[in-house]
Design a protein around this ligand. Structure first.
Ligand code: NAP
Length: 426
């Protein structure tokens, strides 16, 4: 039986999971693939660090050349994260004819064009199933399962931490800061919290989904990004009363030969299954022109779900001959700017309790060709401030922004207006 020798770059949460899965399931993997997988070397930063799974210390090294320059190692699995040195190691591995697997969404979102181009040139397979949706096999579904489709729409709940925070706020009636602090103390939040709560992690994943669906890796500035840090429990309750739930959604749409790619808090109708995706779960809804509606659901990260996806890549790059059509290209694609789009909106104003304020706001909206669907004026909060909730009919984003800019400068308006876009999913 053929033995494939693997070099792991990184032995943290995911690396340790991959090691555990490959060593514990070697018999099953042999049976299913006809190949024996052996981890020959593992690159780490610190040889003395306690490890999450037991490993022969002789496998560990701090010298990348022991992985990258070893001719016996035919597959390199990058689980370091970040741009450098992960990028340079992957490039060296591809240039030396090794098959590569990575879970690194940041690297693929920022440098995917370069990596995929080099892989094409060197005819090297690249597996990146774990880069989006943890254990959910969404990458292979887009590359292979939906190969006969034009992908028209994707809606993804792809950041587990922000979904956990929004779910806890909804279920326990807590405020953002309280749940966020708890999530941070439990180690659920990335070392740079903006990745999770300001939407950047979701945008990196959307970039990869966009590359696969449109065939071309987007420049990072083509994706609009907005996070969840301004959402309050009041907004969550108001959404529920109006028949919606708030989720941080990654949206891809293809129409009129152009692409929409955006990440922001979104009102989703309570009747849609995405509204019931809670806690650390991820879900990705994909609409193809032949297949129609599909939805994928599962754990968006964690040691073993992510290892499941990485191991599927290790087997897949071994099994399949190099197929350039599986990798996105650098073909130019035209993107819509957010200002060009028309959507429905939820607006929450915070004002002083005084007659005539609502009229002033309504006038500013009307003057910008924005029509109101409903108004709900609430009682004073503890600070004597009054929240006003206005739902808008479909309006142009650029007009909504213009109106909000004017309203936010009005004297009775006490806080920046919160604007949440609505996806009227069927
Ligand atoms: P992690 O726990 O921080 O582990 C990173 C590993 O890389 C550690 O073993 C570390 O060595 C090693 N490393 C870091 N910098 C290095 C350097 N300069 N040279 C050599 N080794 C270095 O990260 P992780 O959570 O496993 O994530 C790995 C990748 O998977 C990331 O791209 C992440 O985005 C992606 N991913 C993670 C999850 C998840 O649930 N964790 C889910 C999906 C995708 P030491 O151990 O010696 O410090």
């Amino acid at each position: 039986m053929k033995t494939v020798k693997i070099g792991l770059l990184g032995f943290g949460t995911v690396g340790a999971g991959v090691f555990k899965l490959i060593t514990e399931r070697c018999g099953l993997l042999e049976e299913r693939s006809g190949v024996r997988f052996e981890i020959k070397k593992i690159l780490v930063r610190d040889l003395k660090k306690p490890r999450k799974v037991e490993v022969d210390p002789r496998l560990l090294t701090t010298n990348p050349e022991e992985v990258l320059a070893d001719p016996e190692i035919s597959t390199v699995v990058e689980l370091i994260g970040g741009i450098e040195p992960a990028r340079s190691y992957l490039i060296q591995a591809i240039q030396s004819g090794k098959k590569v697997v990575t879970a690194n969404k940041l690297l693929l979102a920022e440098k995917g064009g370069e990596i995929f181009e080099l892989a094409r040139e060197c005819k090297t397979p690249v597996g990146f199933e774990a880069s989006v949706g943890g254990g959910i096999p969404i990458i292979r579904a887009l590359q292979e399962g939906f190969v006969g489709n034009q992908i028209n729409e994707i809606y993804g709940i792809v950041n587990a931490t922000s979904n956990y925070i929004l779910s806890e706020m909804s279920l326990k009636g807590s405020e953002f800061q309280e749940v966020f602090a708890h999530a941070q103390s439990e180690g659920y939040v990335e070392s740079d919290p903006r990745m999770d709560i300001e939407g950047h992690d979701a945008a990196q994943k959307l970039s990869i989904l966009t590359a696969l669906s449109s065939g071309s890796s987007p420049a990072p500035d083509k994706i609009y990004v907005e996070g969840i840090s301004r959402i309050t429990h009041f907004d969550i309750e108001s959404a529920e009363q109006l028949g919606f739930r708030i989720k941080l959604l990654a949206v891809y749409k293809q129409h009129e030969g152009r692409i929409e790619a955006r990440v922001h808090p979104t009102f989703i109708p309570l009747r849609h299954p995405l509204s019931d995706v809670n806690g650390f779960f991820n879900a990705i809804y994909v609409k193809g022109d032949a297949v129609g509606e599909t939805m994928f659901y599962g754990r968006g990260g964690g040691m073993m779900p992510t290892a499941s996806a990485v191991v599927s890549d290790i087997v897949s790059v071994e099994r399949t001959v190099f197929d350039p059509s599986l990798l996105p290209t650098a073909r130019p694609v035209s993107f819509f700017s957010l200002e060009e789009l028309s959507m429905e909106y939820y607006l929450r104003f915070t004002v002083v309790d005084r007659p005539g304020v609502l009229g002033q706001i309504a006038n500013a909206l009307g003057a910008n060709e924005i029509s109101i669907a409903s108004v709900d004026q609430h009682g004073q909060d503890k600070g004597g401030r009054v929240p006003i909730v206005i739902m808008l009919h479909r309006a142009q984003e650029k007009n909504v922004r213009k109106a909000i800019q004017i309203i936010d400068q009005m004297e009775p308006v006490l806080d920046k207006t919160l604007c949440i876009r609505v996806e009227p999913l069927a």
